[in-house]
Design a protein around this ligand. Structure first.
Ligand SMILES: [Zn+2]
Length: 106
């Protein structure tokens, strides 16, 4: 029996992008309950994180945003010259990986 006023709630969590190293199928967390939920996919390249946000609105529409680089620094972002030089190879490696992901390669 069909009921035209019935709404279907999709509880299936879509798979992560292949590059995400978090727990497979990690769930959305409610940021604005009933309006929009989101989850972040992530992969570490040394101290640099590649991450992408995915949102799901109340109507079930899912949007996966392109990945980008994220760098969390101690000391409110202040770096010594030596710390900056240590970061450079990691940033280059992470940028190369990001290009690879955005070009559709795995
Ligand atoms: Zn993920």
């Amino acid at each position: 029996m069909s009921n035209a006023t019935e709404t279907t709630t999709t509880t299936t969590v879509p798979p992560c992008p292949e590059w995400c190293t978090l727990k497979p199928g990690h769930d959305f967390t409610g940021e604005i309950p009933g309006v929009e939920m989101s989850r972040g996919h992530a992969m570490d390249v040394g101290p640099v994180e590649i991450s992408a946000e995915e949102t799901q609105t109340a109507d079930g529409a899912i949007t996966l945003y392109p990945p980008s680089l994220y760098l969390e620094l101690d000391g409110y972002g202040h770096l010594t010259a030596e710390q900056a030089r240590e970061l450079v190879p990691w940033l280059i490696r992470a940028a190369d990986k990001l290009d690879e992901l955005n070009s559709g390669a795995k």
